[in-house]
Design a protein around this ligand. Structure first.
Ligand SMILES: C[S@@+](CC[C@H](N)C(=O)[O-])C[C@H]1O[C@@H](n2cnc3c(N)ncnc32)[C@H](O)[C@@H]1O
Ligand code: SF4
Length: 345
């Protein structure tokens, strides 16, 4: 192992940085009500102009420096990452960074053609997570709010499966009053397919989605709904710090997961940094403040200077928002919080 790969920065709570989520765009073709509600992200909303987005070379340079601080996994996200042209080139650039062991992407799959899935896989993308919150047309369109047909996402999922990724996972956010009935539909549809379905609790990210605690369907409640129809039992985690709680179907139809970020927060193990599309580093999904790297890069900073900056950002990190939230059960002032579409899920 090289000297560089032995190094691991730790934050103030002794947490390493292992994962980097990279948002490649703040734009999306969907207006999911819990993420980019159209009342806020409608006509007139000012998306980031192209010149302000990080260029692919800038992104891979930052990823390289993070790898030197201990990052081993990269996830590409957005907004909707497939909106960004040349994503394959970015994946290729990241795939050759020393220390990076895994590259994955989170997408709504609406633009995932067979060709795109194959070229991303060939470029080095190993895993893909596809967001799908309902199977019935009415609910799905109510969630995406752009009348996007569910059949086209199901096609995208087929393309992902055919392209040969190491894993294709399906992520579903469940919000009471919108799609609670989808828990059973989705479980029934994906069990036995080899794809792992993960249910995500509706989170109070950003400041625009009108989050209310009573709209959260807890992981426990979702597991109970499934268990009543398809008995399941818990499975031990794949690795320390795994975010999704794993359960298996007792009839051998595979696994299902739950991400209980609201009711069972996992800040203690959080080793995740986020890079926004404009080059700000966020050390927590619920952060109000990002640390800019783009200006530093465009002013000609050396790798050494960038490394120092990234090291300092992580070494000073103290965030554990979700744990504090559940202790006080209060909604902390949300007005300044960064939106999910800027830093990815
Ligand atoms: C912000 S999206 C970006 C990638 C891509 N557009 C997609 O939908 O997969 C990433 C993930 O965040 C999830 N998400 C967005 N807002 C959320 C919220 N308020 N609570 C829980 N998950 C949320 C989405 O469902 C999606 O699975
Ligand atoms: S969850 Fe993904 S698909 Fe939905 S609006 Fe947000 S970024 Fe777009």
């Amino acid at each position: 192992m090289t000297e560089r790969l032995r190094y691991q920065v730790k934050d103030q709570l002794q947490r390493p940085v292992r994962d980097l989520r990279i948002s490649v765009t703040d734009r999306c073709n969907f207006r999911c009500t819990y993420c980019m509600p159209r009342e806020v992200f409608g006509p007139g909303y000012r998306f980031v102009p192209r010149s302000e987005l990080l260029r692919l070379e800038e992104i891979s340079r930052i990823a390289n420096i993070f790898a030197g601080q201990g990052v081993r996994k990269i996830r590409i996200t957005g907004g909707e990452p497939l909106i960004r042209r040349d994503l394959e080139r970015l994946v290729e650039m990241i795939a050759v960074i020393e220390g990076i062991e895994d590259i994955s992407m989170t997408t709504n799959a609406s633009m995932l053609t067979g060709q795109r899935a194959r070229s991303l896989h060939a470029a080095g993308l190993k895993r893909i997570n596809i967001s799908l919150d309902a199977l019935d047309e009415k609910t799905f369109q109510r969630v995406n709010d752009v009348e996007f047909p569910v059949g086209r996402v199901l096609q995208g999922i087929e393309h992902a499966q055919a392209a040969g990724f190491d894993s294709v996972k399906i992520n579903a956010v469940i919000r009471r009053g919108f799609n609670k009935h989808s828990v059973l539909h989705l479980a029934d549809h994906f069990r036995g397919t080899g794809m792992i379905l993960r249910f995500i609790e509706f989170m109070d990210v950003g400041s625009t989605n009108q989050w209310q605690f009573d709209e959260v369907v807890s992981a426990r409640q979702m597991a109970d709904i499934i268990h009543a129809e398809f008995p399941i039992a818990p499975v031990s985690p794949n690795y320390h710090g795994e975010v999704a709680k794993r359960w298996r179907y007792l009839d051998g139809a595979g696994e299902v997961g739950f991400i209980a970020s609201v009711t069972e927060p996992f800040c203690g193990d959080c080793a995740r940094a986020r890079l926004s599309a404009v080059g700000k580093v966020y050390t927590c999904l619920f952060a109000t403040k990002g640390y800019d790297l783009r200006d530093l890069i465009r002013e000609g900073a050396s790798d050494k200077a960038l490394t120092r900056r990234i090291h300092t950002i992580w070494a000073n990190r103290v965030d554990r928002y979700s744990e504090l939230r559940s202790r006080t059960s209060a909604t902390v002032n949300r007005t300044q919080r960064v939106e999910m579409s800027h830093i990815g899920g």
